[in-house]
Structure formats: structure tokens, C-alpha cells
Design a protein around this ligand. Structure first.
Ligand code: ATP
Length: 365
């Protein structure tokens, strides 16, 4: 038996990121027992807000060089009330995303069995989306400035940057994603009626790239109308591509419609695989519940599914996703999704489902 080995850098960072990453590594170690031809070699880094308080930086200056040889990064969550957001976010998470040119942020959303969507009449399967978020430029390019601070004539600018290269590559990634899914359906979101430059360029590039994917059906939506369509007609959507800001907002809505932020995963991908990609739950540090043992680990487990999938370990990814669905379907749920279970109960249930291969073969309804 030849063994496929992967080096995984774990960065739990802050708040519930620490307990969620720990539970995820535990689950992945159990998955290794079921798939003995896979070996996941974890190295955990203590970077984050506590590290900042000791060292004056969120990670060492050569942090990116340290991470570069890894096959993937498993990230928890970053931020704490006593370190300013712009330091904690830009000093770690965004530093990695930008340093490794992880330009595609992928956010799968689905209503898991046993979890209720706040939408009326939302049957299982009605809401099954992948949101592709441009992750390297646009509204979050950091361009802009302030002048005449504190004076009545103070001015602040926040400039969106859209490049042909940037839009082209995210569009191509989104069409590929849509093509790989059964419905082959893509919705391109902009605001090109009111924003007449960069957004019109998005629309034009979408039409150009679409010609390379004749088997993908695509349409365009304005972002405001998109919120209504997601809420009123979720079934009409499959893959969605949008700018950094628009997709940020739409994916929070998607997470809420799927039941809770506590179940939503995300992946920051370098599609060209020049650098390691980074996998993290959508939720943040949730300081209000950190250390209480009630945080939902499903988002983090699903994040691990995305990681295995990206590493090409489809069978292990499917087995973990099935174990997650077995657990939610059985009603072993944390309070954020209406249950009474703790993090440990959900983790143990997923572990049992992984190990019980008979259970794996049963349908989850
Ligand atoms: P940050 O500033 O790091 O983004 P935050 O607390 O403002 O953190 P989130 O962590 O995204 O934002 O969470 C918002 C709320 O959603 C939390 O206060 C928490 O109650 C709930 N929440 C988030 N993640 C989970 C989870 N995994 N399990 C249960 N509840 C969660």
C-alpha cells in the first residue's frame, strides 16, 4: 500500500478558533484510521493575538516562508477585543491570503439534514449553492486615504480596484466550478447599473469567458435583487460569483439561510497551486461563547472536507461529509442550531459515524 502524505499547518489563533481546530484535528486523525493510505502530518503554530501581545507581531516576519512548503493551512479564527482589528486581520489572515495569492474564496452552502432553514418551505436540496468570492482586489484592495482629519472638510476615499487579470481569473474559476457541478449553472453578480466602470467591465469579461464554457448556463443579477432571489427563490441558484464586498455580504446571508454561521465553511484557494491554500470556517472568534464548550464544530469539520477535496482525497472527503450529515440528521446539534449538545458531543458523534462503516453506507434521508 502506498501512503499519500500531506503536511498541514494548523493555525488555531483566537477565541473558538482554538477549540474548533482541536476538534477538527481529532476528527481528521480518526479519519486517517479509516483511510490508512492517507497520512496527515499536522504542525500547529501559536500565531494570533496572544502571540502579538508577546512579540508585537501576529506571526513571525518569515511566517509565509515557514508556511510555503505545506500542502494546506487549516485556520481557526482571528481577533480579540484588546488587539485592533486592522492589526489582527491584516497581520495574519489577510497577510496569508494575499501573500499566497489565494484569489478564489469558495463558500459552499447547503441546508444540512436535521437543520432547519429560517426560510419557509425550504425542502432539503432547495438551497445548495457555492459562492465564489473574488479574494484579492475589488473593494478590499486597501486603496484610499483620509485628509484634513477632524476638520469639517475631512475627506475619506475607499477606492475599488478591478483588473482585467483579476476579473478574468476569478470568472474562469467560477465557470469551472459551475461546470463541475451537476446543474452547470452560474449567476454573475454585479451592480453595473449604478457603478458604471469596474462593474461594467465585470459584465463584459463574464460574457467573454462564458464563450469558453458553452455547457454552462449563466445569468447576471444586480446585487440588491440577488438578496431577494436568494431568499424567495433559492432553488433557482447554484454557483454564484461576485466581488470581494458583494460576496462577503451575500455569503453571510447564505450562512444565515442555511441555519447558522456555525455550519458554514470556506476555502481560500490558489487555483494554480503555486502556494498552499487555506481552509477556515466562515465564523469568527465568537468570544461570547469561547471556552464554554458549546460552539458548533460543524463549520470547521466541513472546512476539513473542503481541504481533503482540494488535496484530491475525494473518498475521505465524502466519508467525513457523510459522517457530518449523519450527526446533524440524528439531531445531535449545538444550541446555535436548536440543540442541546456540546462541542464534544458533536465531535464524538462524528467520530463514531466515521468509524462505523456500516452506518456510512446507510442513506441520511
Ligand atoms: P469576529 O469579530 O472574530 O468576526 P464575532 O463574534 O463578531 O467574531 P462571529 O464569530 O462570526 O463574529 O460570530 C457571530 C455570532 O455567531 C457569535 O457571537 C456567536 O454567538 C455565533 N457563532 C459564530 N460561530 C459559531 C459557532 N461555531 N457555534 C455557535 N455559535 C457561533
Amino acid at each position: 500500500m502506498s501512503i499519500r502524505e500531506y503536511a498541514i499547518a494548523a493555525i488555531p489563533a483566537d477565541g473558538i478558533g482554538i477549540e474548533m481546530t482541536e476538534a477538527t484535528i481529532e476528527v481528521l486523525k480518526v479519519l486517517e484510521r479509516r483511510f490508512p493510505d492517507i497520512r496527515l502530518n499536522f504542525e500547529t503554530f501559536d500565531w494570533g493575538s496572544d502571540y502579538y501581545k508577546k512579540h508585537g507581531e501576529m506571526m513571525p516576519a518569515d511566517g509565509l516562508k515557514t508556511l510555503e512548503p505545506f500542502d494546506a493551512i487549516l485556520f481557526g479564527a482571528v481577533g480579540t477585543p484588546d488587539v485592533p482589528d486592522h492589526i489582527s486581520l491584516w497581520g495574519l489572515r489577510l497577510e496569508i491570503c494575499q501573500g499566497f495569492d489565494q484569489y478564489a474564496n469558495v463558500r459552499p452552502t447547503r441546508v444540512l439534514p436535521g437543520i432547519a432553514s429560517p426560510l419557509r418551505n425550504c425542502e432539503p436540496g432547495d438551497l445548495d449553492w457555492v459562492i465564489v468570492r473574488e479574494n484579492s482586489e475589488g473593494e478590499y484592495s486597501g486603496m484610499g486615504g483620509r485628509a484634513h482629519r477632524g476638520h469639517p472638510e475631512e475627506v475619506g476615499t475607499e477606492v475599488s480596484i478591478f483588473t482585467r487579470t483579476g476579473v478574468n481569473r476569478i470568472m474562469r474559476f467560477a465557470f469551472h466550478t459551475a461546470q463541475s457541478r451537476p446543474r452547470k449553472l452560474l449567476t454573475v453578480v454585479t451592480k453595473s447599473n449604478a457603478q458604471r466602470h469596474g462593474m461594467v467591465m465585470w459584465d463584459e469579461i463574464a460574457a467573454e469567458v462564458a464563450k469558453e464554457f458553452p455547457d454552462v448556463t449563466w445569468d447576471r443579477m444586480l446585487v440588491d435583487a440577488m438578496t431577494a432571489r436568494m431568499t424567495l427563490n433559492p432553488k433557482s441558484l447554484d454557483t454564484i460569483v461576485a466581488t470581494n464586498l458583494h460576496a462577503d455580504i451575500l455569503s453571510d446571508l447564505a450562512g444565515a439561510l442555511a441555519g447558522s454561521l456555525g455550519v458554514a465553511p470556506t476555502a481560500n484557494i490558489d487555483p494554480e497551486r503555486r502556494y498552499p491554500s487555506m481552509f477556515e470556517p466562515i465564523h469568527g472568534t465568537a468570544i461570547d461563547i469561547a471556552g464554554k464548550g458549546i460552539a458548533n464544530p460543524i463549520a470547521s469539520f466541513w472546512t476539513a472536507v473542503e481541504m481533503l477535496d482540494f488535496l484530491g482525497e475525494q473518498a475521505a472527503a465524502d466519508a467525513l461529509m457523510t459522517a457530518i450529515e449523519q450527526t446533524t440528521w440524528a439531531g445531535i446539534l449545538t444550541p446555535d442550531v436548536g440543540g442541546k449538545a456540546g462541542t464534544v458531543d458533536v465531535t464524538n458523534a462524528v467520530v463514531s459515524a466515521i468509524l462505523d462503516s456500516d452506518v456510512q453506507r446507510k442513506s441520511v434521508g
